[in-house]
Design a protein around this ligand. Structure first.
Ligand code: NDP
Length: 292
């Protein structure tokens, strides 16, 4: 079994990005500027946003963090998004999900200018991805593609089972892996909560991408020997050994399955750091303004 070290790979990407920033400074050009909007005080969202801002500092980007009250109206938020769209100093921005229930996520996603949509969630970017045109790729699937490539994991002709069909992870992942590209050229099965007999599919998989938000879900009897497991899940589970009283667990039962896998990602330290590194790469693309 080989552990896929997302943390290490993300550090390598940060080194490259730092060099790019140094070059931009040398040429007296504008450095990338990422802005993030966060609404309310969901602790997990706060952690994710803080990690993104910290990553900006690490690579030398400018960053802006706008913390908004949970009671903000949809109209007020859309107005702020419009201001960010017009603000030429901001190259790209994100609105951290999930949103409070009274705000329509689709409206928010579609309000962000596709050219600044570094999360890659706007229908224009998702459509361009489907057509194999240059676009911002959603950060988590983009990061996973890089992990597969960096570890020389053969994907062509392999059966990849993606579990979870969200717009931000599972669905774009299935599209990218089915593309005629490298990594890619997989035969993809996309499973979800209505899939009958999920283990029938996972047991046939050469590669499993797991993004369901259910801690320790994937067990030993659900996989075949030598499978590659990419665990996207980030779940808080109670823990008596940490000060906070919780720890992070993936959707796979790592201890139960690791020795049966050829490759596996840990949680934490796997997909999570690569998601942030990919967001940083998208922000550099936005700064260069080359995609559109
Ligand atoms: P969503 O809740 O949006 O989607 C979950 C998906 O899993 C749905 O498609 C759902 O099916 C499916 N699902 C739920 N339970 C089961 C089950 N028992 N069997 C099969 N399918 C199931 O989640 P996200 O995609 O946003 O996130 C998934 C996980 O990944 C979460 O733990 C999240 O925290 C984590 N995450 C991690 C990131 C990282 O950087 N590492 C980035 C983004 C997310 P249905 O559509 O039928 O409801």
């Amino acid at each position: 079994m080989k552990l896929i070290d997302g943390k290490k790979l993300s550090e390598e990407i940060y080194t490259q990005l730092k060099n790019e920033v140094a070059l931009l400074k040398e040429e007296r050009k504008k450095v990338p500027h990422l802005a993030a909007i966060i609404i309310g005080n969901n602790p997990a969202s706060q952690t994710y946003v803080n990690a993104k801002i910290k990553a900006c500092e690490q690579v030398g980007y400018e960053s802006t963090l706008l913390q908004l009250d949970e009671k903000i109206t949809e109209m007020e938020l859309l107005k702020i998004i419009d201001e960010f769209n017009q603000n030429t100093s901001i190259d790209g921005f994100i609105v951290q999900l999930p949103l409070p229930k009274h705000i329509d996520e689709n409206k928010v996603t579609q309000a962000i200018a596709p050219q600044k949509d570094v999360d890659g969630f706007h229908p224009v970017n998702l459509g361009r991805m489907l057509l194999n045109l240059p676009s911002y790729l959603p950060a988590t699937p983009f990061g996973i593609m890089k992990m597969l490539a960096a570890n020389n994991i053969e994907t062509q002709g392999k059966h990849c089972v993606v579990v979870g069909r969200s717009h931000i992870v599972g669905s774009p992942m299935s599209v990218l892996l089915a593309r005629n590209s490298s990594p890619g050229n997989c035969t993809v099965t996309l499973c979800h909560s209505k899939t009958d007999n999920l283990s029938y599919f996972t047991r046939q998989a050469d590669i499993i991408i797991l993004a369901i938000g259910k801690p320790y879900y994937l067990k030993r009897d659900m996989i075949k020997n030598g499978v590659v497991v990419i665990d996207v899940g980030i779940n808080r589970v109670p823990s008596s050994t940490t000060k906070s009283g919780f720890k992070l667990a993936g959707d796979a039962d790592f201890d139960d399955i690791a020795d049966k896998c050829s490759f596996i990602t840990p949680v934490p330290g796997g997909v999570g750091p690569m998601t942030i590194a990919s967001l940083m790469q998208n922000t550099l693309l936005a700064n260069r303004n080359e995609l559109y």
